[in-house]
Design a binder for this molecule. Structure first.
Ligand SMILES: Cc1ncc(COP(=O)(O)O)c(C=O)c1O
Length: 400
């Protein structure tokens, strides 16, 4: 089975881990934490970096740092992972969902303005599968309504966004585009620590809050607390792996982009599938390689995945929209909400292997399997029934 993702641990990971073991610095203090934080902050061009135990933890800490009042609203896409609304619900706030752009899968920025109310405190854009969100319109709204931006850059390591705003015309790394940003270093991300995450911010006040929240809100002195925090600390060992990975980030991203470019070439003109679009203002990292089945394909994403699996190709389904999640609906959220793009992406979309250890031969094998499976799932031609009496119906001729 060709796996969907696999990390590449080809640098100093083992040496740094050995050092942790040899020196006994295996917990959440140690030089690798500081070096990883500093290195990641510098790479993204942001002043403060706070390492945490996962991307989910990063989002929770970032949202908590804003100190929402009960009922404060955060606008986000429905097409994302549950970590996004979870952070807001747990902070006592209310997630407000918008639909997505069918081509880039990122939130539809035109819908955000309409979702803003007197209770809105923040916008949470998510760079889906490493494609940056169009941030300029969101920055305009944030300025106009005095909103924070919590940038979910979990999947967007090294992706870049070209701002067209006056004075900002340049490429900006994802993670530097929010009031706070959140990264994940789960093993399917370009840079991995196994499990791990990072919060970035240029604000001294927010950084101090995030550091405190990650460490149980120890304040002034030990075992004295004025806030409800978490143990979301990253270990020195995970940071050691992260630092070694960061040292190789250009090679990692080159590899991801090469895999993406190969698939782009092999799958560009395949009838029945649509690839994730890339906008001119986006430099994507191809974190995941997604595709969406056309309506003419007589399989949904789950049937398609099963056929690919039989061909030795593993896949993952796209996100199920947050407005369809039973756990959130049971809390009285999103009743009657219909977001057709998110619904369609979930039913028709999946991503194919793009792990860092893939060989060219495996990439070709995956592309061939996709073409073969899609070819048998498209009716070759559909003809109207020639029956003059019934006069209705389509007769599909199947290519088997
Ligand atoms: C967009 C997005 N945000 C947040 C997360 C949460 O990260 P983690 O799995 O490290 O908790 C993920 C995880 O895949 C994600 O894809």
């Amino acid at each position: 089975m060709i796996p969907v993702s696999a990390p590449l641990l080809a640098g100093n990971e083992l040496d740094y881990l050995r050092d942790c073991i040899a020196t006994g610095w295996i917990s959440s203090a140690g030089e690798y934490i500081e070096r990883f934080e500093q290195g990641w902050g510098q790479y993204c061009g942001v002043k403060h970096a706070i390492a945490v135990s996962s991307g989910t933890a990063a989002l929770q800490v970032a949202v908590d740092a804003l100190r929402l009042e009960p009922g404060d609203e955060v606008v986000m896409p429905s097409f994302t992972v549950i970590s996004c609304p979870l952070a807001v619900v747990r902070a006592g706030g209310k997630p407000v969902l918008v639909d997505s752009d069918p081509d880039t899968y990122c939130l539809d920025v035109d819908q955000v303005a309409a979702a803003i109310t007197a209770r809105t405190r923040a916008i949470m854009p998510v760079h889906i599968y490493g494609h940056p969100v169009d941030m300029d319109p969101l920055h305009d709204l944030a300025e106009r309504y005095d909103l924070a931006i919590i940038e979910d850059a979990a999947q967007a390591h090294g992706s870049e966004y070209f701002s067209r705003r006056r004075g900002k015309e340049a490429w900006h790394r994802c993670g530097s585009l929010g009031t706070l940003s959140a990264f994940s270093f789960y093993a399917n991300k370009p840079v991995s620590t196994g499990e791990g995450g990072m919060v970035l911010t240029n604000s001294d006040v927010l950084a101090q809050r995030c550091r405190s929240l990650r460490n149980l809100c120890f304040q002034k002195r030990r075992f004295y607390h004025e806030g409800l925090g978490y143990n979301y600390r990253l270990t020195n060992m995970q940071a050691a792996v992260g630092l070694a990975q960061l040292e190789q980030i250009s090679e990692i991203l080159d590899r991801k982009r090469r895999i993406g470019a190969l698939y782009d070439a092999l799958l560009a003109n395949v009838t029945g599938i649509k690839l994730q679009d890339k906008r001119d203002w986006a430099r994507v990292n191809y974190s995941m390689y997604g595709l969406v089945l056309d309506d003419g394909v007589e399989l949904d994403a789950f049937g398609f995945a099963a056929r690919l699996q039989a061909e030795g190709v593993d896949t993952r389904p796209f996100f199920m929209g947050m407005h369809e999640q039973p756990v959130l609906r049971a809390r009285g959220l999103f009743n009657g909400l219909s977001l057709p793009v998110a619904e369609r992406l979930h039913r028709r979309g999946l991503y194919i292997p793009s792990g860092l250890t893939l060989t060219d031969a495996q990439i070709a094998q995956v592309a061939r399997a996709v073409k073969d499976v899609v070819a048998v799932a498209i009716p070759r031609r559909a003809t109207r029934s020639a029956n003059p009496i019934t006069g209705t119906g389509h007769r599909a001729v199947w290519r088997m």
